[in-house]
Design a protein around this ligand. Structure first.
Ligand code: CAA
Length: 289
């Protein structure tokens, strides 16, 4: 593999583009407009700028890395990619449309992967031209710092696709775990009920934001408390994932906490919108309840 396509220049897509370019791949970073793709690349430049300031990276290496990332406002350049990773909004209709569009330009040997965190791979593969060359690669946020990638095989994914994608993931310095195509795969299946439960506990007045988060940080040795982590993942994303769990399993244990729904309705999506269970307008996050 030489060229990696990344569709979606948000938090996850930008992270995947950064680690792929760092490993020496040519990267095509696309979003729905040239402006959004360029903004994504500018975010990478800002992150790398901080590493240069801290003398953790040379300016020459930064420039070389950025030089390997090309941006685009549509999927046409994906014709040159060996592997395309979709990292768009966690909505099935949006992802399906992308797979249909990319399939029109994708090379006959090229692979298509989704970074979905909850939508069944077997189902998404139906929107692609060749489900044998379709696979799930689930990265964790922040991509450059998190060691894990879940590799999820759909019912029709070929052995050759799994082997090639395993090789790619290892080549960018990440560890693979293989997970079957079940809602939430392995990690989110376990994580999301915990985050949701923390919001239930907050809504029921069990403890404050600060006490719930400090409890889990200090009592469980988690790097972030569950409410801060929910803000970090995005409360809208958490809600979307829980809705997928609920609709695919029918199991009421996945019903979203009413307070989570309310926050999303208020546009309080967490860190990315400046407010969630914390207020991010100052230098340090401040608990809001
Ligand atoms: N690229 C390269 N290096 C980077 C970087 C980047 N984008 N960003 C930061 N770094 C470097 C920093 O320079 C820093 O280096 P030094 O320590 O040498 O200065 C180092 O990485 C650590 O950076 P921070 O000080 O910002 O990190 P921290 O120690 O405060 O930890 C954290 C931050 C890693 C996010 C930590 O709080 C953590 O692990 N939180 C939990 C994250 C988590 O659980 N993620 C999974 C979310 S679930 C998910 O993603 C799946 C889903 O589908 C919902």
């Amino acid at each position: 593999m030489k060229t990696i396509g990344v569709i979606g220049a948000g938090q996850m897509g930008v992270g995947i583009a950064q680690v792929s370019a760092a490993a020496g791949y040519r990267v095509l970073l696309a979003d729905i407009s040239q402006e959004l793709a360029d903004k994504g690349k500018a975010n990478i430049a800002r992150t790398l700028g901080r590493l240069v300031e801290k003398e953790k990276m040379s300016a020459a290496d930064r420039d070389a890395l950025l030089g390997r990332i090309e941006t685009a406002g549509d999927v046409a350049p994906m014709a040159e990619a060996d592997l395309v990773v979709e990292a768009a909004t966690e909505r099935e209709d949006i992802k399906r449309k992308i797979f249909e569009n990319v399939s029109n330009v994708l090379g006959s040997e090229a692979l298509l992967a989704s970074n979905t965190s909850s939508i069944p791979i077997t189902r998404l593969a139906q929107a692609s031209a060749d489900p044998a060359r379709f696979i799930g690669v689930h990265f964790f946020n922040p991509v450059p710092l998190m060691a894990l990638v879940e590799v999820i095989r759909g019912l029709a994914t070929s052995d050759a696709t799994v082997t090639a994608v395993d090789g790619f993931v290892k080549s960018i310095g990440k560890t693979v775990v293989h997970v079957n195509d079940a809602p939430g795969f392995a990690v989110n299946r376990i994580l999301l009920p915990m985050l949701n439960e923390a919001v239930f506990a907050l809504g029921e007045g069990v403890a404050s934001v600060r006490d719930i988060d400090n409890g889990c940080r200090l009592g469980l040795n988690h790097p972030m408390g569950p409410l801060q982590l929910a803000d970090f993942v995005g409360l809208d994303t958490c809600l979307e994932i829980l809705k997928v769990f609920l609709s695919t399993t029918g199991d009421p244990k996945y019903r979203p906490a009413p307070l989570l729904v309310k926050y999303v309705e208020a546009g309080w999506y967490g860190r990315k919108s400046g407010r969630g269970f914390y207020d991010y307008s100052g230098p340090e996050p401040v608990p809001t309840r």
